[in-house]
Structures are given as C-alpha cells and as structure tokens.
Design a protein around this ligand. Structure first.
Ligand code: BGC
Length: 371
C-alpha cells in the first residue's frame, strides 16, 4: 500500500514539474489560484514570494509550496520577482494589502526587506524566511533552509576524496568561486568548503593558481552563469593558457557550474586527453545532472525541495494554531537584529555513480528527463 501511495505521489510531483517548466512560464510577477482552491478555504491566505523563475529550483520550490499549502486548505498567492528587488518588495506589499496570514519569503537581496516587513509586523503577519535568511529585521519569525555550512563541507569533502588529499596526494591546482554577495547563504557555503580545503592550501597540496581567494574577489553577483563563465575565461587566459593544468574548481552551485563548464569547453576541456577538472555544484538542476552524466561536472548537492516545502508548511500550521514551530537550531542564524529560530534540513550529494538512486528512485526526476 505504502509503495502504491509513494508511486502515486511521485507521479503527481513529476506532473507538477512538467507543469512548471521555465519555458512555459512568464518571468513577470505572477499570481495564480487554481480552480481547486477558493477564497474561502479554511486556512486563509498565505503569501509565497520567490526570487526568480529563471532557475529550475525556485520553480520547484514555488510549486511544491503551493501544492502542499492548498492540500491543507490554504489559499496561496505565489509571486516571482525576476530577481528584481523592487518587484519583490511590491509583491510582498500586495500580499500585506490582501491580508495574508503568513508570508513565506525567499529573498533576492536579504538586506532589502526591512521596511516592507515592518509593515507586515504592524499588521500582525508572521514571516518565515525560506532558504535564504532575511537580514536586518526583527520581523522574521522563523527560518527554514538546508544546512548551508554543511553544503560547503560536503563540497570540500568531495574534492578531498576525489583527489585523495588525505593520502597526501598533490599538489593540485584549484580555483575558487563564491555565490552572490547579497545572499547570506553564499558565505556559509564558502566557509563550509574552506573548513575542509584550507588545511590543504596551507600545506601546499592545493595551489590556487590565480591566488584569488578573498570572498569579494571570487563572488559572482546574482548567481549569474554568464558572469561565472566570464571569470573562468579570465582565469584560463591569465593562469592556465600555457599548459598549466587546472585540477579542480570549487563552484558553490549549479548556475555557476554551468557557466564554468561552458568556459572550459571553449578552452578545449573534454576533448582529446584534456579532462574536465573536478567541479562541484548544488541543486541538481537537470542540465547539471546531464553534465555529470557527461563527465563535465563531478557532483552536485541535492536539496530535496519537497522536504523543505513540507517543513515550511508545518511551520505555517504551527504559527496559525498559536503554537511554537519545530526548530533544530537557535544559535547560528543571527540576522543582525536577532537570532532567528531555524530548521535546517540535511543536504546530501549526487554524482554520476549515485544519481539514479538519489534522484530517479526517489521520484524527483524521471530517467527520461535526464536524456
Ligand atoms: C540557494 C541555492 C541556489 C542559489 C542560487 C541560494 O540561496 O540556497 O540553492 O543555487 O541561491 O539561486
């Protein structure tokens, strides 16, 4: 029975993935309430503000949240903001005007929502920070995310294992990339990875060919693939054009990894005996799983967006029942105004060897999606 149920759930989830394919959606502020929900739904209105539809993961996050909340009887106002801060603020203002009961926000720039969330607070609306911490405001009640430091640790450990650094192998040439500086997660990813890699940089087993290692120098604004590609182009020209071998690239996520692969491909990696370097990522976006299958990218962190959505819906329920929501971290996430009670889900990695069991058997993707 359990098996049948999970197969049905997996099928429903895959249908929702197809339904939210980025190619079919417009990247403007969108809101929709399907025929299955009514304004009078028992639970009331929940506002869900997502950053952009341009990356696969946020489409999945939005769809999962909407589906799970509607199943519980809530009405959902789901808004995307084309990675534009003002659009996101306007969207949230709308949700406040419509008297939503709880706001779930994945911020574009974590530090820009202070004023609008003050308004939410004045209207008695509770706020959950989704995936990314909202900074500089006391008007955020909970934070639900994957353990961001651990994401970096797993990426660092993957590199450590692949290069057999623990066995004293090396030296290897490495280049480092960081995520968007306006996203609080980005420094956690970097610090987590460096907690593993720094000792090998210190003992000379990992050599940063370009010497670029400060977060501000290696960070890619807006998690932009084209900017990552341009920086990789520059690194190849400055450091790796004359036969110096590039062994490993730390990329915090998949949108950067896609740009890095494009640059490496243009420089001849993947042809003849020029193998791609070990390259990390995060999100298990479909193009990146394909890149793993083709040996262009080595691994990606899998953060099951279904798990996060379930957790956030539980938080919404608790808040509206006047209960304290379940959290597992009350120390780490200080937003400059308060330490936000957090629930951290557990990330894992997928690579060419295990992606079938992790991504396909779990119903996250169909084998056919990965062709
Ligand atoms: C998320 C990552 C994502 C990145 C770019 C981060 O805040 O945690 O999963 O790859 O934003 O959208």
């Amino acid at each position: 029975m359990k098996k049948i149920l999970s197969t049905v759930l997996a099928a429903v989830f895959m249908l929702s993935l197809v339904a939210c394919s980025p190619a079919k959606t417009t990247e403007t502020t969108t809101k929709d309430a399907p025929a299955t929900t009514t304004e009078k739904a028992a639970g009331g209105l929940i506002g869900v503000a997502m950053p952009t539809q341009s990356l696969q993961r946020w489409n999945q996050d939005g769809e999962n949240m909407k589906k799970e909340l509607e199943t519980k009887g809530y009405t959902v106002d789901l808004q995307y903001a084309n990675n534009d801060v003002n659009t996101q603020i306007q969207g949230i203002e709308n949700m406040i005007t419509k008297k939503c009961k709880v706001l779930v926000v994945a911020a574009i720039d974590g530090s820009t929502l202070t004023d609008v969330l003050k308004k939410a607070g004045e209207n008695g609306i509770k706020v959950i920070a989704y995936d990314r911490l909202i900074m500089k405001t006391a008007n955020v009640d909970y934070y639900a995310t994957f353990d961001n430091f651990k994401v970096g640790v797993i990426q660092g450990q993957y590199i450590e294992t692949k290069l057999a650094l623990k066995d004293g192998k090396g030296p290897f040439n490495i280049e480092l990339f960081g995520g968007s500086p306006d996203d609080n997660n980005a420094t956690y990813f970097f610090k987590g990875a460096m907690s593993i890699l720094q000792p090998y940089i210190d003992n000379g087993k990992l050599v940063i060919g370009s010497k670029q290692k400060d977060f501000t120098t290696i960070a890619i604004q807006g998690w932009d693939s084209a900017k990552a590609q341009a920086r990789m182009d520059n690194l190849i020209t400055s450091t790796y054009a004359k036969g110096t071998k590039l062994d490993v690239v730390l990329s915090p996520n998949d949108s950067l990894a896609i740009g890095i692969v494009a640059s490496l491909k243009n420089a001849g990696y993947g042809s003849g005996d020029k193998k791609y370097p070990v390259l990390t990522g995060q999100d298990c976006d479909k193009p990146n799983v394909l890149a793993m299958i083709k040996d262009q990218q080595s691994m990606s962190i899998f953060k099951d967006t279904r798990t996060l959505a379930t957790k956030v819906v539980e938080m919404v329920d608790s808040i509206l029942q006047g209960k304290t929501a379940d959290v597992n971290d009350t120390k780490t996430y200080d937003n400059g105004s308060k330490v936000v009670p957090s629930f951290l889900c557990d990330p894992i990695y997928a690579d060419k060897a295990n992606y079938k069991s992790i991504l396909v058997d779990s119903g996250y993707y169909k084998e056919a999606d990965l062709k």
